[in-house]
Design a protein around this ligand. Structure first.
Ligand code: DGL
Length: 219
């Protein structure tokens, strides 16, 4: 089956790698839209234009499943894209707030792009999942994704963002680019567990692929 995957650059490759681990035999096309990186500071209207152009390309190639390997594009655009393309199946990537809420962590930090932090979807995820007594803080990280994309000095930005922020027991990496610098981020949180939702995205894609193959066989 043809599966299209995209992000504002190389962040989404971490998702693609996870999907390939569970579905090594499917056909993939990955679009790294670094030209429009960062997505995190773009307006809703602009992001819809950008992401729908990419979805058009992937659909023309023959993709049946589109994986939005980007938290920002998912939290802001997936609802609209599903309406615009009812013939396609979409799988999105969201900050792993559900996983964080299920854990025993008392103090949680969610790091994400400004767009994701401000999104209604993240507010909703927190409202639906946060446990009583659990403290979940949000940290908007402007310029971090594009610095990672450009191969720039992430430590400088991390020091500014994370100085004095070390008293967390769980940190959610709410942007796929951040998974690429997990080790650098871990240094600022020596006692915290760092998590992302990448495996969950791969599991969801596998479920959809298996389901549609069964349906094909029956038809
Ligand atoms: N990798 C993206 C995410 O997961 C987008 C980063 C950006 O372009 O701002 O949010």
């Amino acid at each position: 089956m043809k599966i299209g995957v995209f992000d504002s650059g190389k962040g989404g490759t971490v998702i693609l790698d996870e999907i390939k681990k569970v579905l090594p035999d499917e056909e993939y096309r990955y679009i790294a839209d670094s030209e429009n990186c960062p997505y995190g500071d773009k307006s809703y209207a602009k992001l819809i234009r950008i992401t729908s152009d990419i979805v058009d390309d992937l659909r023309n190639w023959g993709a049946k499943i589109i994986v939005i390997a980007c938290n920002t594009a998912t939290t802001k655009c997936i609802k609209k894209l599903r309406k615009m393309y009812p013939d396609l199946q979409f799988v999105g990537t969201e900050p792993a707030v559900r996983l964080a809420a299920k854990s025993d962590a008392k103090k949680v930090l969610v790091m994400a792009t400004p767009g994701t932090i401000k999104s209604e979807r993240l507010t909703m995820l927190l409202k639906e999942n946060k446990k009583e007594g659990q403290d979940i803080s949000l940290l908007s990280c402007p310029r971090l994704a594009e610095t990672i994309e450009a191969g720039g000095d992430v430590n400088k930005i991390l020091t500014k963002l994370l100085k004095g922020q070390d008293n967390y027991d769980l940190v959610v990496l709410g942007c796929t680019h951040y998974s690429l610098i997990k080790d650098d981020i871990q240094k600022f949180f020596p006692n915290a567990e760092l998590i992302d939702g990448n495996e969950g995205v791969a599991r969801r894609v596998a479920e959809l692929v298996l389901k549609s193959k069964k349906i094909d066989r029956i038809v």
